[in-house]
Structure formats: C-alpha cells, structure tokens
Design a protein. Structure first.
Length: 434
C-alpha cells in the first residue's frame, strides 16, 4: 500500500507540474493572440512529440520530456541592420545571433509582416512575456490562500505542551535541573499541559506570537487566563528574567543568538489551524519573501550540493530541488501517516511552491528567460523615449538577438546547475522523514 501511495503521489505531482507548465504557456499564448501575433506552436514539454493537434493557425501538443514548455511566436527578433536575415557567419558568436534570427523567421508566411512579435510596441511585448510567469503567480496565490483558509496551517498555538521544571538559560548545555534550581514561574503558578492561554494580564490573546511578546516584555507579577477542562481559570505567575533564544519575528528563533527577557517557562503546542484571509495573506507574503531569499542564496548552496551529490555530506533540508526531487517528495507526502486531507493540502502546497518558484525564476532579467525579453523591451522603450525628448531619430527596435551569446552562456550555467541538482536528487535526496 505504501508503494502504491508513493507512486500515486508522484503521478499527482507530475500532473500538477504539467498543468502548471500549460498554464504558464497559456498566458503567453492568449496575450500574443490578443495583440495579433501569429503563434504557430503551443507545446508542453520538450523532445519528441507524443500528441499534437492543429486548431486554426496553431499546433497544440504534448512532448515526451515534461521539463518545460514553449510557444513559438513569429518574429521574436528583428532583422539585421540591413533589414535582412543574413547567412550563417564563420564567427561563432555571430553564428549564434544569425541562427536565432533565422529561427524567428523560418515559418514566415505571406501576410505575417504585420504580425511579428518585434513589431509590437514595447508595452505589449512586456505584457506577452510577463503573462506566463504571472499565470504561475496567480495559481500559486490561489492555491496558497485556498489551502490556508480551507485546510489550515501548522501553527504554534497558545496551548501548553510541556511545562519547564525550573529556570534554565536556553544556552545551558543540559536540560536537567540542578538541586538548587528555582521552579519555573509556569510550574509555580500551576500551569499544566493542555491548558490554553486565552488572556495575559487581562488582554485577550489568540496567537502565539502576541503571547510570546507579552511574556518576554514582562518581569514580575502577571495573570494568566487559561481554559482547562472546559472552564476558565485565572493563574498568578511571577515572571523572572532569563536568557532565551532570540525571536526572529515570524514565530521562529535565530539559531545561536540569545537575549535576556521575561520568562514563564512552558513549550507551546502546535496544531493545524484555519487561517483568516488577513492571516493567509500575511503568510503568503512571508512565503514570497522566503522564495526571493532562496533564489538569491542559490549560488551559495552549490558547494553543499556538490558535496551531497559526489561526497559524503548530508543533504540539507533547504537544499535546492529539481523536478525529480520534488516528485519524490510528492510521493513521500502521499505515503505519510497523516489524515488524507492533510496529504492533499501538503501536495497542493508543494505544487503552489513550484509555481511560485517558476514565477520568481522566470522574472530574472536574463535571456533566455521571460525576464530577459521583458528587460529588452523596457530598454527599447527607454531608448525611444530619450530619443523623442531630445528630438533624435527613432533608434528602432532593440536587437535582443545580439544578446544570444550571453543567453547561451546563461543557459549553459542553468543546464549545469540542473544536472547537479538532478544527481543530488537521485543519490542523496531531500526527505520529509528520516
């Protein structure tokens, strides 16, 4: 049964992946057609074509390797300086430029002269190229908000899990209480596991973060209102100063850093809690910020990835994952011993995270990514705007094809990184469980 659920989880993730890619390309396709650009092909995947069907002027199909997708638009790059598509040059860099230019016109048909991508105004090209990543962002936001507000999220609550026996600094090397240790304020006040703290010093509290701030900001007497066995009770505690882990402001702690604050002495319990719309939006914002930080941190993680792939190093939980690694995690999710609804929620969050990553990655201002084409269109708009202000001749469309050598370099780096991640995902994968 576990093997079946693992395979089912992988299949579900792959279906979600294919839908995400198709959804991304649909954004490009719909806006390109809206602006009158001819689109001969809409394909999900790369490699040999498994299925295709022509509808109107566009061929729609699915290819064998589900690692991306594309739409083919006529006239992605302008002709050369002489207005022609030149023959291949003996220079390798010039050859890259001319090959790209030729590919942009290879399916040119009579009447297409006014339906070329590069002839559209820059703002229209920005919309076409941004529409793909934007579709991934929309899908990620809808899934994230839907899951958080419907299924809930694992959240630290104001319910007591354990009560500390004594006052020990967080930096203490052992957790056992010495004979002369002072009882923790929570123990002295009679706080018990299972109590839910609903008010602190008469102020209502519903979230762990606000309760934690109140506790850390208090030294001396305080009242706790708790729910125990369906009844509310008031407990009186004498909070003391103690050295505790530094709070990061998002419900977690800064590893290795400590501060001296008020101390009560209990561990909160976690649980799945439905999120309100503002709470879900706030969490979505945190996820976006974490995604940006993770993208920026990728170069610094390459050495660890290399050691995990070709050495004996342990694969870190925050290590970058590729499609294979994410599919494996998807299989692991469905084999977890958790309620079915939580499996579904976790899988949906995995797909949402993938879409968020697609959005952030594609917005990098580098060719051949969508962000590179957006940057080219914006630069063209700036050049033409400056020319108008200073009454200079129109410089014409910015020739993005000249950047193809850089695009090939960027693509080569991405391919090498993808292969490194693939090896690591196979030989030393990230696992949800030990």
């Amino acid at each position: 049964m576990t093997a079946f659920m693992t395979i089912l989880g992988i299949v579900v993730f792959v279906v979600g992946l294919l839908f995400s890619i198709a959804w991304h390309e649909l954004g490009h396709l719909s806006t390109a057609k809206m602006f009158g650009i001819r689109v001969p092909q809409y394909m999900v995947g790369f490699g040999p074509t498994l299925f295709s069907r022509r509808k109107g002027e566009t061929e729609y199909g699915v290819k064998a390797v589900p690692l991306g997708g594309y739409i083919r638009m006529i006239g992605m790059f302008p002709p050369g300086d002489d207005g022609a598509v030149r023959q291949r040059s003996t220079s390798p860099f010039r050859g890259m430029i001319e090959d790209a230019r030729s590919a942009a016109f290879e399916e040119l048909q009579p009447g297409d002269e006014k339906r070329l991508f590069y002839t559209r105004r820059p703002w229209k090209r920005v919309i076409v190229m941004f529409a793909g990543p934007f579709m991934n962002l929309v899908l990620a936001v809808v899934i994230f908000l839907g899951v958080l507000m419907t299924f809930g999220a694992n959240t630290t609550t104001t319910t007591v899990s354990t009560v500390s026996e004594c006052v020990l600094p967080a930096s203490a090397e052992r957790n056992t209480c010495p004979k002369d240790a002072q009882d923790s304020p929570a123990k002295a006040a009679g706080l018990k596991p299972g109590d839910r703290i609903v008010a602190f010093d008469g102020e209502k509290v519903t979230e762990w973060e606000e309760l934690q701030r109140s506790i850390r900001g208090t030294v001396g007497p305080a009242t706790l209102t708790v729910e125990r066995d369906g009844e509310r009770r008031t407990l009186h505690a004498e909070l003391v100063e103690n050295r505790v882990a530094k709070f990061d402001g998002n419900g977690g702690y800064v590893e290795g850093e400590y501060v001296t604050t008020g101390f009560l002495g209990f561990t909160p319990a976690g649980g799945v809690v439905d999120q309100t719309f503002p709470q879900a939006v706030d969490r979505m914002g945190d996820m976006m910020a974490s995604g940006v930080d993770a993208l920026i941190a990728i170069p610094s993680k390459v050495p660890d990835l290399w050691d995990a792939a070709f050495g004996d190093a342990e694969r870190k939980q925050d290590s970058p994952m590729g499609v294979v690694g994410a599919a494996r995690v998807g299989g692991e999710v469905f084999s977890l011993d958790i309620p079915p609804e939580q499996r579904v929620a976790t899988m949906l969050l995995l797909v949402a995270g993938f879409n968020l990553s697609l959005f952030l990655f594609n917005m990098l201002p580098l060719l051949p990514l969508d962000g590179g084409h957006i940057a080219g269109a914006l630069w063209e708009s700036v050049r033409r705007g400056v020319a108008r202000v200073f009454r200079r001749p129109d410089p014409g469309p910015f020739d993005v094809a000249r950047l193809m050598p850089v695009a090939y370099l960027v693509a080569g780096v991405f391919i090498c990184f993808t292969l490194l991640v693939l090896v690591a995902d196979i030989v030393n994968p990230v696992r949800l469980t030990g």
